[in-house]
Write a protein that binds this ligand. Structure first.
Ligand code: FES
Length: 168
């Protein structure tokens, strides 16, 4: 994601209003904003604080506790490697190492071109298919290092809308 994003304040207000500025909906509000920008831009926090009448510390707690929420810019694609016990036994660390080397980043970081962020996550409930990763919301299982690299290779390609298939 670009550093210089333009905040669409009307949409932000609409999201907060949709949840009636209710502090109990803080997580949902932050998730909706995350869907727009892949993170919650810090310049929005004072507005959330004011409209929901919550402490800044609560916003930071939510962002720290939930892996899906970030206050830092993240990549276009979020790669989550499951590091739960079953996946760990089945070789999750090798997958993580392959991604670190290929993307030249550490866990929790984003590639310089803004394409990928790499995260480790706890069990996502598909243990029988381990080792498992998710890219954005798609789950990929039964991976080894080479299959795992092929998976993210498909996300480096142009989107299907732009791909031109040669006929005949
Ligand atoms: S441990 Fe990875 S899906 Fe359960």
């Amino acid at each position: 994601m670009a550093d210089n994003i333009k905040i669409e304040w009307d949409k932000i207000h609409n999201i907060i209003d949709k949840y009636n500025s209710n502090p109990e909906n803080l997580l949902m509000i932050m998730q909706d904003i995350t869907h727009m920008y892949n993170y919650v831009p810090p310049e929005i926090l004072p507005l959330i604080q004011k409209k929901l009448n919550v402490d800044e510390s609560l916003i930071y707690s939510v962002a720290t506790f939930y892996k899906t929420i970030s206050l830092e810019p993240r990549g276009k694609h979020i790669v989550n490697v499951c590091t739960g016990t079953a996946c760990h036994i089945l070789g999750a660390q090798k997958i993580m190492d392959a991604y670190k080397e290929k993307l030249n980043i550490e866990e929790g970081e984003t590639t310089k071109d803004g394409m990928f962020s790499l995260e480790g996550v706890r069990c996502i409930g598909c243990c029988a298919s381990g080792p498992v990763i998710t890219v954005d919301n798609e789950i990929h299982g039964g991976l080894d290092q080479s299959k795992a690299l092929k998976v993210i290779g498909t996300y480096e390609q142009p989107s299907e809308k732009c791909a031109v298939k040669e006929e005949g």
